[in-house]
Design a protein around this ligand. Sequence first.
Ligand SMILES: Nc1ncnc2c1ncn2[C@@H]1O[C@H](COP(=O)(O)OP(=O)(O)OP(=O)(O)O)[C@@H](O)[C@H]1O
Ligand SMILES: [Zn+2]
Length: 643
Amino acid sequence: MSARYTHARAILGPEMSERLPETKVLLVGAGGIGCELLKNLVLAGFGQITLLDLDTIDLSNLNRQFLFRKKDVKKSKAMTAAQTAGPFNPNVHLHPIHGNIKDPQFDMEWFRGFDIVLNALDNLDARRHVNKMCMATQVPLVESGTAGYLGQVQPLLKDRTECFDCISKPTPKTFPVCTIRSTPSQPIHCIVWAKSYLLGQLFGEDEDAGGELDEAEKQGENAQEIATLRKEAQAFKAVRSALRSKDKSSNAAKMAFEKVFNSDIRNLLSMSDMWRSRAPPVPLDFDAVKKGTFVLRGISATGPATNGSAKGNSNGHAATNGQSGASGSGLKDQRALSLQENLALFVSSTERLAARLRAGEETILFDKDDDDTLDFVTAAANLRSAAYGIAGKSRWEIKEMAGNIIPAIATTNAIVAGLIVLQAMHLLKKSYNTLRNIHLQFKPTMPLSAVMISPPNMSCGICRNTYTSVQCDPTRVTLGEVVKGILDGSEREVSVYEAQRVLSDPDWDDNNERTLESLSVTRGKFLTIVDEEGEVATVEVGICSLPANHSGGPLILPSPLPDPPRKVKVTVPPPSTPPKKRAAPDDEEVTELEPAMKRLKTNGTAEPNLYTPSKKRRLEDDGLVLLEAPNEKVEDDDIIEVD
Ligand SMILES: Nc1ncnc2c1ncn2[C@@H]1O[C@H](COP(=O)(O)OP(=O)(O)OP(=O)(O)O)[C@@H](O)[C@H]1O
Ligand SMILES: [Zn+2]
């Protein structure tokens, strides 16, 4: 045993140490937590590590994602992390993959190839996807996350612990800075970008990257990349000095606009890899937007900029059309602005802020009560949203949303990465009694708290389902063949879904003769078979591909076929009662609850009708609640009543 493992062996014990070289780990995400975790795994001697990330390295990642250097900016995170960490331990086999974990080839068969999955992700969508794949394949998962000084590590295993979806998650309200730097997908990303990045670049302290770039070039780093970065930094320099220049003709606002909404976007577009799994942004043309001749995704620059939540002008002509001097005070705060109006607001707020610099203010920071900065952030965020096809927001909404961001802290990521390895060890050793949910908290007297594991939530729509998979050729196999095969001759009535789409039900079998592919049910997706009477657990069928050397029919059914448990009918608890938790995980005692009913207020009249589970489920999936009588009310602020 080489000295390399002395410490790891002392911690892990001889048995675990022996097994590590054969252990197959999937690490999803090579960002802040992922880099720290990869280093831990490699040094501990985990033998087979698959590392997957869809992104490329951003300059702003370098302060904490220590496996990356300036020469690596714009390269694949997974590939670069593997290249850097590989030599830490030559006995380890690293398999980096540049891809999205939701890509079809990462199906149930693929997940089954791992002993454990470790999430180091930054978004709910990907986390929920990995959770479902791990519940489907019964592969243990360690989930994790950090926000500033706070962190959490949660070991998850089907039937033993609750899953990531057992408790519904509130939508996150804060974002680490860099998540929003290059690929925004929500209005808040653009708001934070405008407030914390662009405002600072133009009106904050001089953040000159030139010196660092000179240094990088001296060290022989990628000259082409450095040249691109230098050009970007130079362009900001030119705009900054134009903003501070007494020369009125410098047209600084136009320069700023053209840099961030045109040339920077063009630069990003030239990296075609980035836009393989995302919709690409569209560069904006200053003069055409100003004139109102610019058309973006079929919408005129004078129409509502995007279909944002604030009410736009339905005739496509904004009320202030053509007013170039739209100022904060002249705008109705709660109206969505057209692209042209956002440009006018960008120009006017930039000029107001520039005038303040010329009058002696050295730096200007965001203050929601400072109209100039709020106008600037409103306009810049909405212009960026428009370029990326994201819904615009009103000035009033942006004031609400421009909350504080939480910077990522390297030490928090490092602590959490260490804790992930410890929980992974418990899962691999099957020492389930020692599993804990760990919280890293901002309490100097007790920075870590270890919480007992909760058993599964009996009404969870993810981990209480019965999972199976079929190997098939979706171009040849029909929906009816798969469903009939899985039900194995049972006559019970079922409805079949793919995600939220109904594909068939007992009264509607039009799709049964159609191929899976024609129904867009392809590799990596699930067919969900729901019992019409609600008496048998839902079966989820993962679609996998046929083995490479297969020559027979288009479908290989699983063996054994799934045997979903019968649900024990339990009376629906009152709406405010949380789902009952069992004292200890014990598979024998599983009972299933019907999905909780929407609260209907009957005003003392008839009891609300209980619809059959599938019908009700379809209605609820569509966001509909059926009211019995015209005087009924639904106690839910998100619900809009329609006749
Ligand atoms: N669907 C996905 N498939 C693969 N990797 C993903 C997916 N979603 C997110 N990731 C990766 O997870 C990582 C999360 O790391 P982290 O939270 O540090 O993000 P970051 O973008 O590097 O930094 P920051 O979030 O602070 O800007 C990122 O590298 C991101 O590319
Ligand atoms: Zn669950």
